[in-house]
Ligand binder design. Structure first.
Ligand code: DAH
Length: 339
């Protein structure tokens, strides 16, 4: 009996020592100490033991149980410790490592360019105003001297909502709203979104932004227009920037011009950036047509004005040397975080 007990104990201890996981320990406990366990079965066969030996055997069984239980507990603690240590190791924080930078948002290149334009004109005493994007044909075309059947109407592929209402194709419509308010003099810029039914490519989008400018006062001359826009060009592209005005035609200005700036990349010598010409076209402008003043109830005998319109994306693309307009609309953070 004693040898049998010893054998059970040795088996149990060997299994406990050899076990590799917590669950295994439970199995061992059940197989030795459980109701149908090996040790328990010895107690059950007590009746085969001579009555005078029973207390002795009972004591031996209890001792064996105590030893096995102690070993099980020891092993259990060892497992728990190993698990804890592993967890601690995995969760270690090296406080000497450089910290992770929090993600910081970036202003969109359009926004940066717009804020720059606003800063320049506000500095010259202009007010920043806004007009509606959904507009009457009257404000977008007619009051700008573009009557029905005027060829200029076809040049700008318009999104019509009905025969009278459309998505504005140009911020020039804001000029009319400002003049209709009946307060002169006017010195305003009007940034905003405009719409044209264009296919998307590197230089076109069905929706883009313009910044309109309008000055109405007594004795305003083309020299004022040139001086103002030359100053604007220097501020935005650098003090070396020269400007050139080329005669052009817009229905709402007379005379009209397009303004070029000397290429800020090559200084005017001609490079890939300015397609070899040394000049880059950046805006349209002119003296407000007397008929436009008249339609908006401003007396052209007393007041004169000049106006200009800049493509905001064009300024952003040039300023940051971006060669594809689509990049401005995709909002890929890898692109945006460069600004
Ligand atoms: N509205 C014109 C366009 O979208 C740009 C423009 C040209 C605006 C001349 C003006 C201007 O105010 O005077 O092409």
């Amino acid at each position: 009996m004693k040898e049998k007990l010893q054998k059970i104990m040795d088996d149990a201890l060997e299994q406990i020592n050899g076990s590799k996981e917590l669950d295994k320990l439970n199995e061992i406990r059940v197989s030795f100490l459980g109701k149908k366990g090996e040790l328990t079965s010895i107690l059950k066969s007590m009746k085969e033991v001579a009555p005078e030996d029973r207390p002795k055997v009972g004591q031996l069984v209890n001792e064996a149980r105590a030893v096995i239980e102690e070993k099980l507990e020891e092993k259990k603690q060892a497992f728990a410790k190993a698990i804890r240590e592993e967890k601690m190791k995995a969760e270690t924080i090296d406080v000497t490592l450089p910290a992770k930078k929090p993600m910081v948002g970036h202003r969109h290149p359009n926004t940066i360019a717009l804020e720059e334009i606003e800063r320049i004109f506000v500095g010259m005493g202009y007010e920043v105003v806004e007009g509606p994007e959904v507009e009457y044909d009257y404000y977008n075309f007619e009051a700008l001297n573009i009557p029905a059947n005027h060829p200029a109407k076809d040049e700008q592929d318009t999104f019509y909502i009905n025969s009278d209402i459309l998505l504005r194709t140009q911020t020039s419509s804001t000029q009319i709203h400002e003049m209709e308010k009946g307060k002169v003099p006017i010195r305003m810029i009007a940034p905003g979104r405009v719409y044209r039914s264009d296919e998307v490519d590197a230089t076109h989008s069905p929706s883009f932004h313009q910044v309109e400018g309008l000055v109405i006062d007594k004795n305003v001359t083309f020299a004022d227009l040139k001086g103002t826009l030359a100053e604007f060009a220097k501020e935005i592209f650098g003090p070396e920037t020269k400007v050139k005005f080329r005669p052009h035609h817009f229905p709402f200005t007379e005379p009209s011009a397009e303004m070029d700036v000397s290429c800020f990349k090559c200084g005017g010598k001609g490079c890939r950036f300015c397609k070899g010409s040394g000049w880059i076209e950046i805006l349209g402008c002119g003296m407000v047509h007397p008929h436009v003043l008249e339609m908006s109830k401003i007396d052209p005998e007393e007041y004169v004005g000049f106006a200009f319109g800049v493509g905001l994306e064009r300024i952003a693309l040039l300023k940051y040397e971006i060669d594809d307009m689509r990049l401005l609309y995709e909002n890929d953070t890898r692109f945006l975080k460069q600004f």
